[in-house]
Write a protein that binds this ligand. Structure first.
Ligand code: MN
Length: 291
Protein backbone atom coordinates (compact mmCIF):
# COMPACT_ATOMS: atom_id res chain seq x y z
CA UNK A 1 0.00 0.00 0.00
CA UNK A 2 1.36 3.38 -1.00
CA UNK A 3 2.29 5.86 1.70
CA UNK A 4 1.50 9.46 0.81
CA UNK A 5 2.51 12.57 2.74
CA UNK A 6 0.08 15.48 2.33
CA UNK A 7 0.90 19.07 3.11
CA UNK A 8 -0.04 22.57 2.01
CA UNK A 9 0.64 26.21 2.74
CA UNK A 10 -2.92 27.37 3.45
CA UNK A 11 -2.77 25.62 6.82
CA UNK A 12 -4.08 22.43 8.41
CA UNK A 13 -7.65 23.78 8.58
CA UNK A 14 -7.83 24.83 4.92
CA UNK A 15 -10.68 23.22 2.94
CA UNK A 16 -8.26 22.44 0.11
CA UNK A 17 -6.23 20.08 2.31
CA UNK A 18 -9.33 18.16 3.38
CA UNK A 19 -10.40 18.04 -0.28
CA UNK A 20 -6.99 16.58 -1.16
CA UNK A 21 -7.22 13.95 1.59
CA UNK A 22 -10.67 12.92 0.36
CA UNK A 23 -9.40 12.70 -3.21
CA UNK A 24 -6.35 10.56 -2.40
CA UNK A 25 -7.74 8.37 0.40
CA UNK A 26 -8.27 5.45 -1.97
CA UNK A 27 -4.64 5.39 -3.10
CA UNK A 28 -2.95 4.53 0.14
CA UNK A 29 -2.15 5.47 3.68
CA UNK A 30 -2.11 9.23 4.24
CA UNK A 31 0.16 11.12 6.61
CA UNK A 32 -0.96 14.74 6.89
CA UNK A 33 1.54 17.34 8.11
CA UNK A 34 0.66 20.99 7.56
CA UNK A 35 1.33 24.43 9.02
CA UNK A 36 -0.89 25.37 11.97
CA UNK A 37 -1.89 28.58 10.13
CA UNK A 38 -1.89 30.10 6.66
CA UNK A 39 1.68 30.24 5.42
CA UNK A 40 0.98 31.28 1.85
CA UNK A 41 3.91 33.17 0.34
CA UNK A 42 6.45 31.68 2.72
CA UNK A 43 8.45 30.13 -0.11
CA UNK A 44 11.04 27.56 0.91
CA UNK A 45 11.75 29.12 4.30
CA UNK A 46 12.67 26.79 7.15
CA UNK A 47 12.65 27.34 10.90
CA UNK A 48 16.16 27.22 12.34
CA UNK A 49 16.34 29.25 15.56
CA UNK A 50 13.24 28.08 17.36
CA UNK A 51 11.47 24.84 18.16
CA UNK A 52 8.72 23.41 16.03
CA UNK A 53 5.57 22.55 17.95
CA UNK A 54 3.45 19.64 16.75
CA UNK A 55 -0.17 19.10 17.68
CA UNK A 56 -2.77 16.61 16.52
CA UNK A 57 -5.56 18.12 14.48
CA UNK A 58 -8.69 16.46 13.12
CA UNK A 59 -9.68 16.94 9.49
CA UNK A 60 -13.24 16.32 8.39
CA UNK A 61 -13.86 14.00 11.34
CA UNK A 62 -11.94 11.27 9.51
CA UNK A 63 -8.22 12.02 9.57
CA UNK A 64 -5.86 13.07 12.29
CA UNK A 65 -3.09 15.26 10.94
CA UNK A 66 -0.12 16.99 12.46
CA UNK A 67 -0.36 20.77 12.81
CA UNK A 68 3.16 22.22 12.88
CA UNK A 69 4.19 25.70 14.04
CA UNK A 70 6.45 26.06 11.01
CA UNK A 71 6.54 26.52 7.26
CA UNK A 72 5.44 24.10 4.53
CA UNK A 73 9.08 23.05 3.98
CA UNK A 74 9.40 22.41 7.75
CA UNK A 75 6.28 20.25 7.61
CA UNK A 76 7.51 18.00 4.81
CA UNK A 77 10.99 17.73 6.31
CA UNK A 78 9.59 16.88 9.74
CA UNK A 79 7.01 14.54 8.24
CA UNK A 80 9.58 12.55 6.30
CA UNK A 81 12.30 12.53 8.96
CA UNK A 82 10.22 12.13 12.13
CA UNK A 83 6.44 11.90 11.94
CA UNK A 84 5.41 9.67 9.05
CA UNK A 85 7.45 6.54 9.66
CA UNK A 86 10.10 6.94 7.02
CA UNK A 87 10.26 7.86 3.38
CA UNK A 88 6.80 8.08 1.79
CA UNK A 89 6.19 6.97 -1.79
CA UNK A 90 4.77 10.36 -2.73
CA UNK A 91 4.42 13.92 -1.41
CA UNK A 92 1.37 15.92 -2.49
CA UNK A 93 0.92 19.58 -1.58
CA UNK A 94 -2.36 21.45 -1.94
CA UNK A 95 -4.98 21.89 -3.01
CA UNK A 96 -4.00 25.56 -2.93
CA UNK A 97 -6.74 28.17 -3.12
CA UNK A 98 -5.19 30.18 -5.94
CA UNK A 99 -2.84 29.65 -8.88
CA UNK A 100 0.90 29.08 -8.60
CA UNK A 101 2.16 30.06 -12.04
CA UNK A 102 5.49 31.28 -13.40
CA UNK A 103 7.49 33.20 -10.80
CA UNK A 104 4.94 32.21 -8.16
CA UNK A 105 6.98 29.01 -7.74
CA UNK A 106 9.66 31.07 -5.96
CA UNK A 107 7.21 32.54 -3.44
CA UNK A 108 4.80 29.67 -3.09
CA UNK A 109 4.73 27.55 0.04
CA UNK A 110 2.58 25.03 -1.84
CA UNK A 111 5.34 24.44 -4.38
CA UNK A 112 8.04 24.58 -1.67
CA UNK A 113 6.41 21.71 0.23
CA UNK A 114 6.61 19.59 -2.92
CA UNK A 115 10.13 20.86 -3.56
CA UNK A 116 11.16 19.65 -0.13
CA UNK A 117 9.74 16.23 -0.94
CA UNK A 118 11.81 16.08 -4.11
CA UNK A 119 14.94 17.26 -2.25
CA UNK A 120 14.49 14.36 0.16
CA UNK A 121 14.18 11.91 -2.71
CA UNK A 122 10.41 11.51 -3.04
CA UNK A 123 8.34 12.12 -6.20
CA UNK A 124 6.22 15.16 -5.45
CA UNK A 125 3.16 16.94 -6.73
CA UNK A 126 2.00 20.51 -6.05
CA UNK A 127 -1.60 21.14 -7.02
CA UNK A 128 -3.35 24.51 -7.09
CA UNK A 129 -6.82 25.65 -8.07
CA UNK A 130 -6.83 28.58 -10.47
CA UNK A 131 -9.46 30.79 -8.89
CA UNK A 132 -10.05 34.23 -7.46
CA UNK A 133 -12.31 32.90 -4.74
CA UNK A 134 -11.18 32.45 -1.18
CA UNK A 135 -13.40 29.34 -0.99
CA UNK A 136 -13.13 27.74 -4.44
CA UNK A 137 -14.79 24.63 -5.80
CA UNK A 138 -12.02 22.01 -5.59
CA UNK A 139 -13.97 19.39 -7.57
CA UNK A 140 -11.88 19.49 -10.76
CA UNK A 141 -8.59 19.37 -8.86
CA UNK A 142 -9.99 16.52 -6.74
CA UNK A 143 -10.82 14.48 -9.85
CA UNK A 144 -7.35 15.04 -11.24
CA UNK A 145 -5.23 14.53 -8.11
CA UNK A 146 -5.57 10.72 -7.94
CA UNK A 147 -4.85 10.39 -11.67
CA UNK A 148 -1.55 12.25 -11.44
CA UNK A 149 -0.69 10.72 -8.07
CA UNK A 150 -1.21 7.20 -9.45
CA UNK A 151 0.98 7.99 -12.42
CA UNK A 152 3.79 9.29 -10.18
CA UNK A 153 3.46 6.22 -7.93
CA UNK A 154 3.73 3.89 -10.92
CA UNK A 155 6.74 5.63 -12.48
CA UNK A 156 9.86 3.57 -12.21
CA UNK A 157 12.11 5.50 -14.56
CA UNK A 158 14.55 7.94 -13.08
CA UNK A 159 14.76 9.82 -9.83
CA UNK A 160 12.35 11.99 -7.92
CA UNK A 161 10.44 14.56 -9.91
CA UNK A 162 8.30 17.56 -9.07
CA UNK A 163 5.16 18.39 -10.99
CA UNK A 164 3.58 21.81 -10.50
CA UNK A 165 -0.08 21.48 -11.47
CA UNK A 166 -2.59 24.32 -11.91
CA UNK A 167 -6.23 23.38 -12.40
CA UNK A 168 -8.75 25.94 -13.65
CA UNK A 169 -11.56 25.87 -11.11
CA UNK A 170 -14.36 24.93 -13.50
CA UNK A 171 -12.58 22.81 -16.12
CA UNK A 172 -15.14 20.23 -17.26
CA UNK A 173 -12.83 17.36 -18.27
CA UNK A 174 -9.63 17.85 -16.29
CA UNK A 175 -7.85 14.76 -17.62
CA UNK A 176 -8.52 15.65 -21.28
CA UNK A 177 -7.40 19.21 -20.56
CA UNK A 178 -3.95 18.20 -19.27
CA UNK A 179 -1.06 19.97 -21.01
CA UNK A 180 2.68 19.84 -20.43
CA UNK A 181 3.94 23.40 -19.98
CA UNK A 182 6.96 25.46 -19.04
CA UNK A 183 7.05 28.25 -16.48
CA UNK A 184 5.72 31.54 -17.87
CA UNK A 185 8.43 33.72 -16.41
CA UNK A 186 7.28 37.02 -17.87
CA UNK A 187 4.50 36.89 -15.26
CA UNK A 188 5.25 39.83 -13.04
CA UNK A 189 3.40 41.46 -10.20
CA UNK A 190 2.47 45.11 -10.25
CA UNK A 191 3.78 45.24 -6.73
CA UNK A 192 2.43 48.00 -4.59
CA UNK A 193 2.17 48.57 -0.88
CA UNK A 194 -1.10 49.94 0.39
CA UNK A 195 -1.18 51.70 3.73
CA UNK A 196 -3.04 49.63 6.28
CA UNK A 197 -4.78 50.99 9.33
CA UNK A 198 -4.81 54.53 10.69
CA UNK A 199 -1.03 54.53 11.03
CA UNK A 200 -0.81 54.19 7.28
CA UNK A 201 -2.00 57.72 6.60
CA UNK A 202 0.60 60.18 5.45
CA UNK A 203 1.54 63.01 7.76
CA UNK A 204 0.25 66.52 6.99
CA UNK A 205 3.46 67.65 5.30
CA UNK A 206 3.45 64.60 3.06
CA UNK A 207 6.45 63.05 4.74
CA UNK A 208 6.19 59.33 5.18
CA UNK A 209 7.26 58.49 8.67
CA UNK A 210 7.77 54.75 8.52
CA UNK A 211 7.75 54.40 12.29
CA UNK A 212 4.66 52.55 13.41
CA UNK A 213 3.08 52.49 9.96
CA UNK A 214 1.57 49.36 8.48
CA UNK A 215 1.64 48.19 4.89
CA UNK A 216 0.03 45.45 2.90
CA UNK A 217 1.36 44.07 -0.39
CA UNK A 218 -1.25 44.47 -3.12
CA UNK A 219 -1.25 44.41 -6.91
CA UNK A 220 -2.27 41.98 -9.63
CA UNK A 221 -0.11 39.77 -11.79
CA UNK A 222 0.58 40.99 -15.30
CA UNK A 223 0.57 37.73 -17.24
CA UNK A 224 2.83 38.58 -20.16
CA UNK A 225 2.77 34.97 -21.36
CA UNK A 226 -1.02 34.78 -21.63
CA UNK A 227 -0.88 34.35 -25.41
CA UNK A 228 1.78 31.63 -25.31
CA UNK A 229 0.10 28.24 -24.85
CA UNK A 230 3.43 26.54 -24.12
CA UNK A 231 3.57 28.35 -20.78
CA UNK A 232 1.64 27.54 -17.62
CA UNK A 233 0.12 31.02 -17.71
CA UNK A 234 -1.04 30.61 -21.32
CA UNK A 235 -2.37 27.10 -20.74
CA UNK A 236 -4.63 28.01 -17.82
CA UNK A 237 -5.74 31.11 -19.73
CA UNK A 238 -7.11 28.70 -22.35
CA UNK A 239 -8.83 26.64 -19.70
CA UNK A 240 -6.28 23.81 -19.80
CA UNK A 241 -4.72 22.09 -16.83
CA UNK A 242 -1.06 23.05 -16.69
CA UNK A 243 1.54 20.46 -15.65
CA UNK A 244 5.07 21.84 -15.36
CA UNK A 245 7.93 19.52 -14.43
CA UNK A 246 10.31 21.51 -12.23
CA UNK A 247 13.90 20.72 -11.45
CA UNK A 248 16.34 21.99 -8.92
CA UNK A 249 19.38 23.23 -10.86
CA UNK A 250 19.19 27.04 -11.12
CA UNK A 251 22.67 27.25 -12.69
CA UNK A 252 22.61 29.63 -15.67
CA UNK A 253 24.16 27.32 -18.29
CA UNK A 254 23.19 29.79 -21.02
CA UNK A 255 25.41 32.46 -19.47
CA UNK A 256 28.27 30.00 -19.13
CA UNK A 257 27.87 28.90 -22.76
CA UNK A 258 27.79 32.52 -23.95
CA UNK A 259 31.09 33.08 -22.15
CA UNK A 260 32.61 29.90 -23.57
CA UNK A 261 32.98 28.65 -20.03
CA UNK A 262 32.08 25.43 -18.29
CA UNK A 263 31.59 24.71 -14.60
CA UNK A 264 35.05 24.20 -13.14
CA UNK A 265 36.83 26.65 -15.48
CA UNK A 266 38.79 29.44 -13.81
CA UNK A 267 37.40 32.91 -14.47
CA UNK A 268 40.52 34.98 -15.15
CA UNK A 269 43.19 32.64 -16.55
CA UNK A 270 41.69 30.37 -19.18
CA UNK A 271 38.20 31.66 -18.70
CA UNK A 272 36.53 34.26 -20.85
CA UNK A 273 35.93 37.00 -18.33
CA UNK A 274 38.23 39.28 -16.44
CA UNK A 275 37.74 42.04 -13.89
CA UNK A 276 39.21 45.10 -15.57
CA UNK A 277 40.43 48.30 -13.92
CA UNK A 278 36.88 49.63 -13.78
CA UNK A 279 35.92 46.66 -11.68
CA UNK A 280 33.41 45.57 -14.32
CA UNK A 281 33.49 42.07 -15.70
CA UNK A 282 34.65 42.24 -19.32
CA UNK A 283 34.85 39.76 -22.15
CA UNK A 284 37.71 39.92 -24.65
CA UNK A 285 36.90 39.42 -28.36
CA UNK A 286 38.84 36.15 -28.57
CA UNK A 287 37.35 34.88 -25.36
CA UNK A 288 40.68 35.23 -23.52
CA UNK A 289 41.24 37.31 -20.45
CA UNK A 290 42.03 40.92 -21.26
CA UNK A 291 42.44 44.19 -19.44
MN1 MN B 1 -1.62 29.16 -0.29
Amino acid sequence: MARILLSNDDGIHAPGLLALAEALAGLGELCIVAPDRDRSGSGHAITVREDLHVQASTLGGRWVGYAVSGTPADCVKLGILELCGGLPDLVVSGINAGANLGIDVFYSGTVAAAFEGMLLGVPSLAISSVTDKAAPDFGAAQRLAPVLASWLLSRRDGGPVLLNVNVPEHVASPVAALRWTRLGLSRRYQDDFAPAGAEGEHTADGAKAAEGRRFRLVGDADDGDREDPTTDVGAVHRGWVSVTPIHLDLTDYRMLRALGARPGDPLGVEGAIFAGPTGRLRTSPDGRAAC
